[in-house]
Design a protein around this ligand. Structure first.
Ligand code: ZN
Length: 71
């Protein structure tokens, strides 16, 4: 699982908001390989999101935060 943080909630991406019925939010994270600052739009923050980050072609996995489990 990739550490992430909220950048903008709701997202600043109007199209993403429309697609997701206003659930989308912008998140920031660090590339798992090189640590670069990365950002993405999470359309449905209630469900996990995974893809290959084009920075270093590393898989990233975002899990919804469920409350006080880790923080
Ligand atoms: Zn990278």
């Amino acid at each position: 699982m990739t550490e992430w943080r909220i950048l903008f909630n709701p997202s600043k991406d109007i199209r993403a908001l429309q697609l997701s019925h206003w659930e989308a939010m912008d998140i920031g994270y660090n590339c798992p390989k090189c640590g670069s600052e990365r950002a993405s739009v999470w359309l449905f923050p209630d469900t996990p999101m995974a893809y290959i980050d084009e920075c270093c072609n590393q898989p990233v996995v975002f899990e919804p935060k469920t409350g006080s489990e880790e923080e």
